[in-house]
Design a protein around this ligand. Structure first.
Ligand code: ADP
Length: 318
């Protein structure tokens, strides 16, 4: 449905940002582009909706060259989410979401229903939030609005450029969970740029690894982990897994829930298979974290238990 044929981009100063890339993104696919800074991810993304003109090759959407589309038609049919969402500050949340549906002249009732549907989908109660201004929302909530604003007019394609990277770890994880739910419900063709391998592994149907403007490997998360095509991919995937301390598991660190315990507010990890770096990230901000399994709280991990485990491992020379 989105097809790159021998696509290149050379900027006027001579920089070759993208160098002869070829691939096809399927209808409804969640396609993640990942690679080190400067490898050409953003340029690749922005060429799809003609924010950046190509200097070589062809991009086709539904077998039609992007250059043959009316530019407005192309942009309206392509939702776009940036790292720092620029919601219009003087407009309410509902008005912000309604921008494109109004531009393409949906009737009022349809717009209203769509706003409610989307806000509910990402857990923003319309009663509370629809009439607020962006400044009255947290960063994570604003980014959520940014995501649903891009979806508002039901575009065929969603382009997302590091949409969660400016958020704190907890909000980022929540938004990723939202994204997973949206992905399941909406089945939109999504091209998602990130530099975070955990995020890519969590969200992607397929991951495209880029380096120096070229595609190094494309595959499902499982394929990349099991069969990296070269050392670069191996390191890129491996760096983000947690082999460095594979003896330490969430279950191994868990302090089971005491029935008498009063439950104060704490952060929650929803799966015992959550990567340890996530746990450590949370514990750098919070004293303790609750662990859920199958939606039920089963215990806690606190900073002390991690330090104790580390001390034991070091003593044992692990
Ligand atoms: P990424 O998103 O992977 O960090 P980019 O696509 O932003 O990479 O950039 C790819 C390369 O193109 C980098 O070397 C970057 O410095 C260069 N580049 C990006 N935009 C421009 C520009 N407008 N003019 C010249 N070079 C650019």
């Amino acid at each position: 449905m989105i097809k790159f044929e021998d696509v290149s981009k050379q900027y006027p100063d001579g920089t070759v940002a993208v160098d002869s890339i070829d691939f096809e993104i399927q209808q409804g696919e969640f396609f993640v582009i990942i690679g080190p800074s400067g490898c050409g991810k953003t340029t690749t993304l922005k060429m799809i909706n003609r924010l950046i003109p190509l200097t070589g090759g062809t991009i086709l959407i539904n077998d039609k060259k992007i250059s043959a589309y009316d530019i407005h038609e192309l942009r309206w049919n392509t939702g776009y989410v940036l790292q720092q969402i620029a919601l219009f500050p003087h407009m309410t949340i509902a008005e912000n979401i309604a921008i494109v549906p109004e531009l393409i002249k949906w009737d009022k009732e349809k717009i209203e229903n769509r706003i409610h549907e989307l806000m509910n989908m990402v857990g923003l109660d319309p009663e509370t939030y629809a009439s607020r201004k962006p400044s009255e929302l947290s960063g994570g909530e604003q980014q959520r609005v940014g995501v649903i604003r891009a979806l508002a007019a039901d575009p065929e394609i969603i382009l997302m450029d590091e949409p969660f990277s400016a958020l704190d770890p907890i909000s980022r994880e929540k938004l990723q969970d939202d994204m997973l739910a949206l992905k399941k419900n909406l089945k939109k063709t999504t091209v998602f740029v990130t530099h975070d391998m955990q995020e890519a592994l969590k969200l992607a149907d397929r991951i495209c690894i880029m380096k120096d403007g070229k595609v190094v490997q494309i595959g499902t998360p499982q394929e990349l982990v099991n069969n990296p095509s070269d050392e670069f991919v191996k390191e890129f995937v491996g760096d983000n897994s947690n082999n460095w301390i594979s003896d330490m598991t969430i279950e191994g660190l868990l302090r089971p829930l005491d029935e008498e315990e009063t439950l104060e507010s704490f952060q929650i990890i929803k799966s015992v298979t959550t990567p340890l770096n996530k746990l450590v990230e949370i514990l750098s901000n919070y004293e303790q974290v609750g662990i859920e399994k199958d939606g039920k709280l089963i215990g806690f991990i606190n900073r002390q238990s991690v330090m104790n485990k580390l001390a034991t491992m070091l003593q044992e020379g692990v």
